[in-house]
Structures are given as structure tokens and as C-alpha cells.
Write a protein that binds this ligand. Sequence first.
Ligand code: HEC
Length: 119
Amino acid sequence: MIRRFSIPRRRGLVPLVRGPLAALVFSLGCAAAQRGEGLDPNAVPPAMRADYELFADRCTRCHSISRPLSARVRDRVHWVNYVERMRRQPGAMITAEEGERIVGFLVWYHDEARDGGAR
Ligand code: HEC
């Protein structure tokens, strides 16, 4: 007779949720929790508003605005890379000049606007 073992299904999953994957899952969860949020344009300084609007238009075609807004990215180089990567997505249609303005907004937002400099 063949004995059926009950397969300890959960056991194998634990190592999967460690390390970078856990960080990714966590950040995606945070993004999802903040879905549907944008910024109050009045909270954006007038000098930055046009760039914010450009960002809000271009960067919400494929995912929610909370994706870039909630990203834990603070340095410019990192944002330049991200925006370049997004510009290369099929159908993104974001020009290099627009990309630069968007980077400017994102750096400002993550550096100054968000959480008042608490790091
Ligand atoms: C043409 C579609 C498209 C556009 C436009 C777009 N993105 Fe994305 N974005 C994606 C895809 C695809 C992913 C990664 C796959 C996913 O959705 O999980 C992504 C993921 C991201 C992430 C998370 C990256 C990660 O590794 O988890 C950030 C931040 C982001 N985008 C920022 C932006 C910004 C800023 C803009 C505007 C400059 C932008 N996106 C415009 C398609 C796009």
C-alpha cells in the first residue's frame, strides 16, 4: 500500500519571502495601499507646477501615480535611470526634454516635499 504523506506545503514558501523579494513585495504593497492618490496641486510651488502636471500626465499612463510618488528613491542619478527606463517602455512617448523636467520634479518631491526631510 502506498501511504499518502500530507505535504507540508507552507514550509517551502518561507525562504522565498526573504531578502530582496521581501523588499519588493513590501514596496509593491505600499504602492498599492496608496493607489489613486495624487498631489494637491496647491501643495506644489507655482514654479514646479507645470512639471508636476507633466509628470502626472506622462507617468500615469501605465501605472498609478503612487508608483513613482511612493518609491523610496532620493537621488537624482537614480531618478534619471528610472525615467530613462520608463521612456524606453513601449508606448511611453516621453521625450528626453520631458524626462528631464520630470526628473526635476521627482527629485524636488522626494527631497523636499515628502515627509519634510525626515529620513
Ligand atoms: C509605457 C508604460 C509606462 C510609462 C509611461 C511609465 N511607466 Fe513606470 N513602469 C512601467 C512598467 C511596465 C513598470 C514595471 C512593471 C510593473 O508595473 O510592475 C513600471 C514601474 C515603475 C516604477 C517602479 C519600479 C520598480 O522597480 O518597482 C516606478 C518608480 C516608475 N515606474 C516610475 C515611472 C515614472 C516616473 C514615469 C514617468 C516618467 C513612468 N513610470 C512612466 C511602465 C510605464
